[in-house]
Design a binder for this molecule. Structure first.
Ligand SMILES: NC(=O)c1ccc[n+]([C@@H]2O[C@H](COP(=O)([O-])OP(=O)(O)OC[C@H]3O[C@@H](n4cnc5c(N)ncnc54)[C@H](OP(=O)(O)O)[C@@H]3O)[C@@H](O)[C@H]2O)c1
Length: 255
């Protein structure tokens, strides 16, 4: 239980990868803030912030659900404020909230383009900006950005992702490097991790109903990588942009 006593915010943890990471961090002893928008279950994409928090609590672990839209600065600041009121400190931020839009540029309405960039990139900027004053004051912290191979792929990769999504994740990788450089002196680690294969989540199944799922992976390597990165500060691993498999291989988490 390496994260005992630590407080971790996981954005986009009402379902999918974020939920798996939230549960993984809580099993390591962290108190987890389950931050996303969905409060009432909907059939298309099941999962709410309260369900994730209840699942964690049912394991005898600690979680707090706080509604948060990462594109809305007020909502982000409210989530961070509530976290501090409840726990007094923030040690880990996982910028996982993300959306995709699979369309050629010529068919992408500007509203869609802006929304993808807003959730995937601006959201990570807003959440990082909101937690950093507290991490800087306590002189420790770890920020983990959940990125994608789409940031670098020039063909359609294993699944077509759309250029808006690829641009947002390329920006997230660059944000990771820039932020790591800025906040290293405050003993804060900033890293990005991306799945080396598609992770089988409800979101992915909805967006890619006809994809060949035989090569899809579970959340396992992403959870292991996130736990390792959550344990870092500015003296440890920082400024890394890598896949889950790379991180797990380099650090002996898999053979
Ligand atoms: N699955 C993969 O193979 C894969 C591969 C590469 C990268 N990723 C990245 O991994 C992350 C999670 O993907 P996933 O497959 O788990 O997707 P998912 O099942 O669709 O989950 C996305 C999460 O993001 C949240 N979210 C969306 N918009 C939000 C907003 N404005 N504010 C706060 N939360 C928001 C959703 O919660 P609410 O709807 O409740 O707000 C949900 O919890 C994303 O960043 C994605 O780009 C996934």
């Amino acid at each position: 239980m390496n994260l005992r006593g630590k407080v971790a915010i996981v954005t986009g943890s009402s379902r999918g990868l974020g939920k798996a990471i939230a549960i993984g961090l809580s099993k390591e002893g962290a108190s987890v803030i389950v931050a996303a928008r969905t409060e009432v279950d909907n059939r298309e994409l099941p999962g709410t912030i309260y369900q994730t928090a209840e699942e964690i609590k049912a394991l005898g672990l600690d979680a707090l659900a706080i509604r948060c839209d990462v594109t809305d600065e007020e909502s982000v600041n409210h989530m961070v404020q509530k976290t501090l009121e409840q726990f007094g400190h923030i040690d880990v931020l996982v910028n996982n909230a993300g959306i995709a839009f699979y369309s050629p540029i010529i068919e992408t309405p500007i509203k869609r383009w802006e929304l993808v960039i807003k959730v995937n990139l601006v959201g990570a900027f807003l959440c990082s900006k909101a937690v950093l004053p507290h991490m800087i004051e306590q002189k420790s912290g770890s920020i983990i950005n959940i990125s994608s191979l789409a940031a670098d792929e020039r063909d359609e990769g294993t699944v077509p992702t759309g250029v808006a999504y690829a641009v947002s994740k390329a920006g997230l990788d660059r944000l990771t490097l820039g932020l790591a450089t800025e906040v290293g002196k405050y003993n804060i680690a900033v890293n990005a991790v991306k799945p080396h294969r598609v992770v089988d989540t409800d979101g992915m199944r909805l967006w890619q109903p006809n994809a060949d799922k035989s090569l899809w992976q579970s959340e396992d390597l992403m959870v292991k990588s996130s736990i390792l990165l959550a344990n870092q500060d500015g003296k440890g691993i920082t400024g890394t942009v890598a896949t889950d498999r790379e991180i797990c291989t380099w650090h002996g988490l898999i053979k």
